[in-house]
Design a protein around this ligand. Structure first.
Ligand SMILES: Cc1ncc(COP(=O)(O)O)c(C=O)c1O
Length: 420
């Protein structure tokens, strides 16, 4: 076949209806909180490019560190070998994690960090020869797009074609604390539950749903009494998104497994980390080869991703870093005050660097609500990248966003709301 007969390449984008697809902006470069398309149009990235980019686009320090690492070692198999960036990253992360977390397992992204967490929990019980496989998760949860991660997520339109293939999961609704606690207690009492997985305090893709820390403390406490392994999916909430290093740091009780990704590399390169407490690791420490954790990805602990994560930690550990987080939160809180007076919206809320609210409308609040496209397009026209989840509008900016840029985001939101 010669070249003339070949089809034109078509890129199949995620979460994008292919019928009637518009021409997408071609992003040529980024700087700080800004993205620039090929026509020179500027966009404020108010969602940190799917919640990953915490230190700004093309951050020169992180870029330099990756380039230096690329000249030394770009990749090496991580089974049977190790390398300095992974060792240093593990050591430095452990300093920041809650007490008891010292075991670090690398993978490639948020979904795989969750898969690893679920597999660790289930194999833990298998290795102890007390097999249990049932999991408790939260309604409206989102944990990723691989099969295990989908199975513990909300059973909705996104994963309907696959639903018959999912394993057994019990769901409780964190927005109905009394009911949730009762159901959780009853399930825990069956002694059949291997693990409880949750997005701590805020359910991201489910619609930036906030729920009470008291409920989560109680559920973790019940789990501890019944030896249920608690898996905190901190893929979105980690790395100061909610004001503290982990959202779990807002709680009195800590989980047994934590899943990390997104902000981990400052938004430069894909990487996932699943960290667990010693008692879980101990169940895999055996002369019996069948107790090994047989899970590994080609790019596990890629040295370039590790160097990006190390550079990101360097920035996080700078003395004034927490002022950035507090500054965004304070600015959000002032805007919240204003939002509370608007009749077109409801339930405005802030946690750390996240601000969210719902736009009132006749349709239900699902992701497929038409108002979502209308809002998205209006924001884009005005040079703001905001990606509403149905009628839920949220801001989750890079931490280096300037006061002026954030003010512009607020102003455009107000303009768009008043035009509805
Ligand atoms: C809480 C949570 N877990 C897991 C994931 C999946 O991460 P990834 O898209 O990197 O696979 C996401 C992505 O949005 C998330 O918000």
């Amino acid at each position: 076949m010669n070249n003339a007969q070949k089809d034109k390449a078509f890129i199949w984008h995620p979460f994008t209806q292919t019928e009637g697809l518009k021409i997408l902006p071609v992003i040529k470069h980024g700087k700080g909180a800004l993205l620039y398309d090929e026509n020179g149009k500027e966009y404020i990235d108010a969602i940190s490019s799917w919640w990953v980019n915490i230190h700004g686009h093309a951050n020169p320090y992180i870029a330099k560190k990756i380039a230096l690492q690329a000249k030394k070692l770009e990749q090496v198999i991580f089974a049977g070998f190790t390398h300095q960036p992974a060792i240093e990253l593990a050591e430095r992360l452990v300093q920041k994690l809650p007490e008891g977390f010292s075991k670090i397992f690398f993978s490639d992204n948020g979904s795989t960090s969750v898969e690893v967490g679920i597999k660790m929990a289930i194999q833990y019980w298998h290795n102890l020869e007390k097999p249990k496989t049932k999991i408790i998760a939260l309604t409206n949860a989102y944990h990723g797009d691989t099969f295990g991660a989908m199975a513990v997520g909300e059973r909705g339109l996104f994963n309907r074609p696959f639903e018959s293939l999912f394993f057994d999961v019990e769901f409780i609704d964190p927005t109905k604390p009394d009911e949730a606690k009762l159901k959780f207690e009853a399930l825990a009492a069956t002694n059949q539950i291997a693990a409880f997985i949750y997005e701590p305090l805020i359910q991201g893709s489910g619609g930036m749903i906030f729920y009470e820390s008291q409920l989560l403390n109680e559920l973790i406490s019940i789990s501890n009494c019944h030896s249920i392994i608690c898996i905190a999916d901190e893929v979105m909430t980690g790395f100061y998104r909610t004001g503290k290093f982990l959202a779990s740091n807002h709680l009195q009780l800590s989980p047994d497994i934590v899943c990390l990704s997104k902000g981990l590399t400052g938004g430069f390169l894909p990487m996932g980390i699943t960290t667990c407490k010693g008692f879980i690791f101990d169940a895999f420490t055996s002369t019996d080869k069948f107790k090994t954790f047989f899970h590994g990805h080609s790019y596990t602990a890629n040295p370039l991703s590790c160097s990006a994560a190390l550079a990101s930690l360097d920035i996080i550990e700078k003395p004034n870093f927490d002022m950035l987080i507090k500054g965004i939160e304070q600015q959000h809180l002032k805007f919240l005050y204003l939002l509370k007076k608007l009749p077109q919206i409801e339930n405005p809320r802030v946690l750390g660097t996240i601000l969210a609210f719902e736009v009132k409308n006749e349709q239900n609040s699902s992701y497929f609500n038409n108002i979502r496209d209308l809002l998205y397009n209006k924001f884009i026209e005005n040079g703001i990248l905001l990606r509403p989840l149905g009628n839920t509008v949220y801001i989750m900016p890079p931490y280096i966003i300037t006061k002026k840029q954030l003010k512009k985001v607020y102003n455009i939101i107000l303009e768009v709301l008043s035009s509805l």
